[in-house]
Design a protein around this ligand. Structure first.
Ligand code: PGA
Length: 254
């Protein structure tokens, strides 16, 4: 199996009021009206999900994602949102394990594994993020770090669950810093992740899963990163907040 349709996702983080979200979506729909070259996912904040979902009804090729979820199906978890609530509002994707969640909210591998399983049970595709800190990159320890993040969350999951996942390689030193991984660094890390997936889960998972790169992606660097053989898409933060830059990243998919 090698039908890895490219997938470009925009992670808006804690940005955009409902009105701002609506105007960004409308402008994107205009700019991407005739484009069908890849999957596009928008991940607005929770408060804008419902109104963005409504707008996306007219362009089903642009799909909705959330930035976070709680693993429990429901209950006394003040301030949290469950997987089924996300799918109820129209989400198809949800980001799990972003480095900002790991760093600022202390999310552990065990908690992320529960989130990933809850997402898949509710019919969502988790965009599961892994990536090393600068110190690990500089000391050459990035492969060990990626291996342990992968193993801790995915180790004994069956292919039926794994094939729902999009894996995002987001080196922490590249997120929001303007310091993008070079296309060679991105390819090397993606090839390593695929090799680890093959070792842990076999060839069909390794060759079938889509791997995204994230970290200071811009319209200027998107094309070259996407040209790498093991890069199947991009997870875009800052540059997804403006229609012109996000559309031009999407349009750089060949
Ligand atoms: P950035 O963020 O594109 O602003 O670096 C990427 C991300 O955090 O997903």
């Amino acid at each position: 199996m090698n039908a890895r349709t490219k997938i470009i996702a925009g992670n808006w983080k804690m940005n955009k009021t409902v009105a701002e979200a609506r105007s960004l979506v409308c402008e994107l729909q205009g700019r991407l009206a005739t484009f069908s070259g890849c999957d596009v996912v928008l991940c607005p904040p929770f408060t804008a999900l419902a109104s963005v979902a409504k707008l996306l009804e007219s362009t089903p090729r642009i799909q909705l994602g959330a930035q976070n979820l709680h693993p429990a199906p429901k209950g006394a978890f003040t301030g949290e949102i469950s997987a089924s609530m996300l799918s109820d509002v129209g989400c198809r994707f949800v980001i799990v394990g972003h480095s900002e969640r790991r760093r600022y909210f202390g999310e552990t591998d065990a908690f992320l594994r529960d989130k990933l399983l809850a997402a898949v049970s509710a019919g969502l595709h988790p965009i599961f993020c892994v990536g090393e800190e600068l110190a690990d990159r500089e000391a050459g320890r990035w492969p060990d770090h990626l291996r342990s993040q992968l193993q801790a969350v995915l180790h004994d999951l069956p292919p039926s669950i794994l094939m729902e996942v999009v894996l995002a390689y987001e080196p922490v030193w590249a997120i929001g810093t303007g310091r993008t991984a070079t296309p060679e660094q991105a390819q090397e890390a993606h090839a390593f992740l695929r090799q680890e997936l093959e070792r842990l889960h076999g060839n069909s998972v390794a060759t079938g899963l889509r791997l995204q790169y994230g970290g200071s992606v811009t319209p200027e660097n998107a094309r070259e990163i996407l040209a790498q053989p093991d890069v199947d898409g991009l997870l875009v933060g800052g540059a997804s907040l403006e229609a012109g830059s996000f559309a031009s990243i999407v349009l750089s998919v060949e």
